[in-house]
Design a protein. Structure first.
Length: 358
């Protein structure tokens, strides 16, 4: 492609798909009238190229990035995380910087949107390129666990993150409720789908969002037992591989997604979402006004921040995998209807900021 104007770049965190899904409606809105480059984790390249196969969006992978490690219950794996951070700081950043330098050379950007890789904004400042940061963590919960290093992180994270939020020219924090932030602008939820959902009879249908790196066996085993005593409850899953469902095909309804981004149809079909409070899944559920049932993860600050907000506003119910199956049946079947209105106008805030630079 021969560029006719400056480009809009997106650097998106991986290997999970949450940051990509947050930016997809923004990218779709821009790509009809602007040159768009996506620099993404290697796991994102193939599904994104398929998703944008009929457009002119350019997609390239970065090599490494900073990757935190978690155990099967999404507790931070300190040893694995510190090792990946040390490798990146020692030498891996060089490969990603070369990609950054070449991308701004051959696809000259008017602005870079980072969701959220703070070192990209730092490199951009060095090269006098404007950046917009987008994320959803506001430090309302900072508990990483009770170990010595965990307690140290409890204090370091709310100190270091605000510093990172000062690097972009503008930092947006997507939030379910209004917050006062030191180094960022709080914006409403960004809609994950440009389409509006259709109403349908979805009573007693629940989508279990497996997502992330966690081992789903404990979740699936628990809801198999729930289904055994309450067969009227139907559970849908989108397995990441066949091994996750080999012993459960008769229990769960399998959603065959065309890509990791095509969750629109299943959101229409179900009454409620069972999730670990990953922000993109929560945003989708709130956009389509679905009931939310949140699996508690005490030592994951970003997720616990989202869960606490949902519970305070009456937008979700908390469930524990330690509960007996009959207790979970009661939680899932007891009516609840939150009157809290949630704004999903965050996309316009980001688009208006992009327009300032292009």
């Amino acid at each position: 492609m021969t560029p006719k104007e400056k480009w809009v770049h997106f650097w998106l965190f991986g290997p999970e798909f949450g940051c990509v899904r947050r930016e997809l409606p923004i990218i779709e809105t821009l790509e009809a009238s602007h040159n768009v480059l996506l620099v993404v984790h290697k796991n994102h390249v193939s599904p994104l190229r398929e998703y944008f196969k009929d457009s002119q969006v350019e997609i390239i992978p970065y090599r490494h990035g900073i990757n935190l490690e978690y155990d099967m219950y999404l507790n931070l794996n300190l040893g694995g995380s510190m090792l990946t951070l040390a490798r990146f700081a020692a030498y891996q950043w060089i490969g990603d910087y070369r990609i950054f330098r070449n991308s701004i050379k051959y696809f000259t950007p008017a602005v870079i949107i980072s969701d959220f890789l703070p070192y990209v904004s730092l490199w951009a400042r060095f090269h006098h390129v404007a950046t917009i940061g987008v994320y959803n963590y506001a430090f309302a919960y900072t508990h990483f666990g009770k170990g010595i290093i965990n307690r140290l992180l409890n204090h370091l994270v709310p100190t270091l993150f605000p510093v990172a939020y000062r690097i972009p020219n503008r930092m947006f924090i997507e939030s379910i409720s209004r917050r006062e932030l030191r180094n960022g602008t709080c914006i409403p939820i960004i809609k994950r789908h440009l389409q509006e959902g259709a109403s349908c009879n979805s009573k007693d249908n629940f989508f279990i969002a497996l997502g992330g790196k966690s081992d789903p066996r404990a979740i699936l085993e628990k809801f198999e037992k729930v289904h055994q005593i309450a067969p009227q409850l139907k559970f849908w899953i989108a397995p990441r591989n066949e091994d996750e469902i080999l012993d459960s095909k008769e229990i769960f309804h399998i959603v065959d997604l065309n890509s990791p981004f095509s969750t629109f149809e299943i959101m229409e079909k179900v009454d409620g979402i069972i999730s670990k409070a990953g922000f993109s899944t929560v945003a989708e559920a709130l956009q389509f006004k679905k009931k939310l049932f949140i699996i508690r993860l005490e030592n994951h600050p970003e997720i616990m921040e989202t869960e606490r907000t949902l519970l305070e506003l009456g937008l979700a119910r908390s469930i524990s995998l330690d509960s007996e199956p009959d207790e979970l049946v009661k939680v899932l079947t007891t009516p609840f209807d939150s009157r809290t209105e949630v704004s999903i106008d965050g996309m316009n805030h980001v688009l208006n900021e992009i327009k300032r630079w292009v």
